[in-house]
Design a protein around this ligand. Structure first.
Ligand code: ZN
Length: 265
């Protein structure tokens, strides 16, 4: 999991869903929090040490054990998140067993995960991202285990070639080439589209990692984009990949990409 830790300087998505629950997940989340607060990796300063020991006031762990995480817990988090950090410029909330958030709690948390206050990070830990609502997953960057529950889409060479073509268009940033790409491929069958989305994620995820680790040369052409943009692309593609399994029209799944990327941006 260490490959997913933030880079020095602490540029990281504001809501991540880590597919590792329990003590190992907490260890990973605390290490990430230490880097976010201190700005250095593998550091043994007082801040990092206290974060690792779980006694830093700006890093909080929500652990309800086997019980549900209820809407009141989320309201408590939200109130707390809007209070300035006590000692550092950041606050990190680690949510253990995030799959135990009940439906109301997940809905109450959407806005908070989507637009947390400045300097606030959420790290959700769970065994399987699929256990959370799609609306929550789509607001988080999912890190770790490929465990997906559903069938793995078939990622063949054709899907990979198409994904590379898409990545080139996205990296260039023009709206018209993207429209042309989506029009040209609107007749893709559902299985092809699922493979395409999976292949695109296989390009986006390493690109995000490369950017946050400040090693853009390892991330391909997508790593020219800012981390926030890549994180947003990942959310968008994850969302569409999940919709692929429903009966939403395939032309719609591809055809709405330009509008989503070029509005409200
Ligand atoms: Zn440190």
């Amino acid at each position: 999991m260490s490959q997913f830790l933030p880079g020095e300087g602490g540029d990281w998505p504001h809501a991540v869903l880590v597919e590792q629950d329990g003590a190992d997940g907490v260890r990973f989340a605390r290490e990430a929090a230490a880097i976010l607060l201190c700005g250095r990796r593998d550091c043994a300063c007082g801040v990092c040490r206290r974060v690792r020991e779980g006694i830093h006031p700006d890093v909080q762990l929500l652990d309800r054990g086997e019980r549900d995480i209820a809407v009141d817990d989320v309201r408590g988090l939200r109130r707390d998140a809007y209070v300035a950090p006590l000692e550092s410029g950041q606050k990190v909330y680690i949510i253990l067993h995030a799959q135990n958030m009940n439906g109301a709690a997940q809905n109450a948390a959407l806005k908070l995960f989507e637009e947390p206050p400045e300097g606030v990070y959420f790290i959700l830990l769970c065994d399987c991202a699929q256990a959370l609502l799609q609306t929550v997953r789509s607001r988080c960057v999912i890190l770790g285990g490929a465990a997906d529950g559903g069938e793995e889409p078939d990622v063949d060479e054709e899907a990979r070639a198409l994904a590379r073509e898409f990545a080139a268009v996205i990296a260039e940033g023009g709206e018209l080439p993207l429209l042309a790409f989506c029009l040209e491929h609107e007749k893709l069958k559902r299985a092809q589209l699922a493979g395409f989305f999976a292949a695109v994620l296989d390009l986006l995820e390493p690109a995000l990692r490369a950017v946050v680790e400040k090693k853009p040369e390892h991330g391909g052409e997508l790593a020219r984009l800012p981390a926030e943009r890549i994180a947003r692309l990942i959310r968008m593609v994850q969302h569409r990949a999940a919709l692929c399994e429903s009966n939403v029209g395939t032309a719609h799944l591809l055809g709405t990409i330009p509008a989503e990327l070029f509005t409200g941006n």
